[in-house]
Design a protein around this ligand. Sequence first.
Ligand code: 5GP
Length: 191
Amino acid sequence: MNKEKGKLIVFSAPSGSGKTTIVHHLLQEKKLNLDFSISATSRSKRGQEIDGKDYHFLSLENFKQHINQDDFVEWEEVYTDNFYGTLKSEVERIWAEGKHAIFDIDVVGGLRVKEKFPEKTLAIFVKAPSLEVMENRLRSRETESEEKIQQRLAKAEKEISYADKFDVVLINDDLETAKKEAEKLVGKFIS
Ligand code: 5GP
């Protein structure tokens, strides 16, 4: 596949919507020919994270240098001094391998990717059927403190207000149905 044919598939959603599970499912579908876009970040590595797999971990100085060199498709300071972004070289690497890039990034970053490549991007917003369901899903993970859950829920309400700017809103009521629907949407877009 040449560079002109490579596409970008963006999945964005508030946490607790099931987006990451759907992205993992799509990556296993070999016929879709997808590869995961590894973001760069200036935050430090956590736990078992691996450089070049989970993120490209960069120093703050190096990250800023890449901003000045216009090396990013999009970048954002998500928290003070914690920058996140998609390097142009990452998308080029995936296209050079003859694959389409799939992104699991936040709502603002996702919309920036769409803005940069309007024709080549399919931007999908994944939404839980209700805030109550999202809250239950966050709690059942049992990985986060009450404070974190409340922060994520507050952020979710704001993020949901961006949903109409996406090409498609995928309601994740039943996970198996949502996976099938995502497969169909992506399959149609890349064909
Ligand atoms: P975490 O530090 O928990 O891995 O991620 C924090 C936030 O950064 C999440 O909301 C995640 O979606 C967002 N994020 C991760 N990669 C990127 C990226 O490449 N661009 C943007 N804009 N946000 C990202």
